[in-house]
Ligand binder design. Sequence first.
Ligand code: FES
Ligand SMILES: [Fe+2]
Length: 400
Amino acid sequence: MSNTTAQAALDGLIGAERIAALNDTLGKAKGLPGAAYGPDFYRLEQTDFFPRLWCPVAFASDLPDPGDAYPVDLAGWKILLLRDKTGELRAFHNVCRHRAMQPVPSPCKGLSHITCAWHAWTYGLDGKLVATPTIGGERENASPDFDKADTDLRPIRIAQWFDLIFVNIDGQAPPFDEHIAPLADLVSEFDHTKLARAEDWSTVYPANWKVTVESVLEEYHIPFGHPQLTRGVRRHNPMLHGAGRTFMATSNDREYTDRAKADSAMGMPGIFPPIPSTDPNGTTPNRSHFIVVSPTGAMQTRSDHMLLGLMLPNGPDSTNVRFVHYYVGDAATDPALAPVRDKLVEAWKVVFAQDVDFVRNTQANHALRDEVGLDTRFSPYWESNLRQFQQMVVEVIRGD
Ligand code: FES
Ligand SMILES: [Fe+2]
């Protein structure tokens, strides 16, 4: 959609008055209307939000070897991720140039070529169309009448940061290094290159992707929704950071009344090696970061492990959530530590399951509250990031 058409569609759903109310002083500001969480707004996001940003869509460790292929769905965009023969990551629209079937409908390994199942058009791992069996008749794999111009798979911009794979569909987002710099800077105190992948798990949140992101974006609800996270902790000392199109985060320097109690509440007896500091003379900071990697990723760091996550929309009112856990070196794979790692996975699953009722319930109320004419509000102390997220969504669609 052109910027003008997108703006007109946005104005139809969220008029200038609502946008002004969103941008008011935080204590007075009104959140996005319920319509922003419904199907019409989702269609607008499909055409005019997700394609414009660098979006996290998968983990590089999902496709570790040359010849691995991993299809993903980003709000309806079918994207084929590939690791080519040289080990380089590539992304293409997962759309066959013959009649538009998805050439790779499910993850696979050991590919030397991609062959579409329907009529066997075959592409190299660089996306080039290399064979069209019987296109010119039985035993005729070429046709003098067939113009082969523009028949390769259509590439998409791709980048990697830690284990997260990002794509930019419209090709117009800023260079990736520039894009990720503010987030790289925030977590630069930890040497994350020492981390290795361990367990992964997934779930479905019965809510719009923005309700899902909003549920992990603020820590206002932690003592009420996840009381186990406050056990043994005197103060969290939260610090909010944000660069909307790249990330929004809360960092915590915890003070403990009982560190062992805090660790065991997360199923964690404190036996994993700490993530090394990037300062050779420094010690690992006892700091955690809860980060939304805009718009569909998450990064949660503790001093001895990290989670990377994805929150990929699956329609207007459903979000596929995936998390991968990482530990330093062998601690990620050591079988002797597997029971402790499993305990930690279970503890995090409990945290995310606690949010499911909140997001389901809220999603159900978004249409209703528009009917009644009810707005949402922000805590000036805890939710400036949440407001920034909502502003970012509007700004991207407006083409600001
Ligand atoms: S649709 Fe792929 S070969 Fe026909
Ligand atoms: Fe939560």
